[in-house]
Design a protein around this ligand. Sequence first.
Ligand code: NAP
Ligand code: GDD
Length: 343
Amino acid sequence: MPKALITGITGQDGYYLSKLLLKKGYEVYGTIRRSSTINTARIDPLISEYEKEGKLNLIYSNLLDPSSLTNILNTTQPDEVYNLAAQSHVKVSFENPVYATETSFGSLGLLEAIRNSDKQIKFYQASSSEMFGGVTDGMLDLNSDFDPKSPYAAGKVFAHNITKIYRESYNMFAVNGILFNHESPHRGETFVTRKITRAIGRIVNGIQSKVTLGNLEATRDWGFAGDYVEGMYLMLQHDKPDDWILATGESHSIKDFLKLAFGFVNLNWEDYVETSEKYYRPNEVHDLIGDASKAKKELNWSPEVSFDELVKMMVDYDLNLAKQEKVLIKENLLQPTWENYIL
Ligand code: NAP
Ligand code: GDD
């Protein structure tokens, strides 16, 4: 039975990837961070299903603590390591720049731990389209230059480069997946897509009146996270290590997203959306669109879920969630603090 170690298993992609690998029969080890409140909500259903039989195992760790990484590799001896851990919010990275970049620098500690324990372990690094800094001419591909525009993106460029350096220097199976934005009902609630669909659910259920956003003109190449983790897995099954882009090749503005999402509940987004400088970034990545043709050709990967299906999936999920919240609020079991988002 193959063994995989996933850093960042409690995040959106950690949930979809662990679900995929567990279904494929992997024994999965995931790193979690100690926090004052329990942070395993996304993977709780997987824990109930797989923990008892020892298929899913959680271990405390932090990318900022290399000793924890060495210990985990020695005790779990995985075949594959998926390094998904990051402070992944671009705007927060301007506010916590050292922490955000240091976490990406932590990838080096993980690569070193692999090099010193077992160079046969395959390594996946979660690289990002943010590294490109935006579109200058046509679609972004593997020949496009990096021009990071945030501490987050600068940290990711470092992790990307060091992964390639370890591949070339030590003959390690280390790959970079340069992924464009991917979303889902399990997306963090302060990313723009989920912030919008959460607000729609609450507006329809009468527990929120409006939503305040930042730059509505930016465009993104949005896909479904469930499709993208399949691509991560395929990269580690390829016969040789390399870098690949995963993207849909389509881009839409925040306004397009709003129009479609509010349209599904027959509301006009302009009646519910305000903008505030508070949500603008010191430096913006205006437009992103990616060319995933290499992944299609070499990995036989292509996204299954369309933009419309993705938005509908998120709106439906959040309508249902808000309906449940409404019941809890009525029974005084939940405080309606929704509009106090800080980002
Ligand atoms: P996410 O939901 O924000 O999850 C991030 C995960 O990293 C969480 O499990 C988090 O733990 C963990 N983490 C944060 N700092 C850590 C640290 N210092 N040590 C150990 N773990 C730490 O992000 P995601 O959307 O799943 O993305 C997964 C990865 O892909 C990230 O590296 C992200 O930068 C990258 N990426 C994402 C996208 C996208 O559109 N989603 C696109 C390109 C690249 P807690 O739960 O305790 O916070
Ligand atoms: N978060 C947020 N909140 N973004 C807003 C808002 C708002 O209220 N209003 C407008 N935006 C705009 C941002 O300025 C940005 O142009 C766009 O919406 C998308 O923002 P996010 O959803 O926060 O995602 P991101 O593109 O900055 O970063 C995500 O994708 C990267 C890949 O390109 C993250 O998942 C990164 O971790 C990932 O690397």
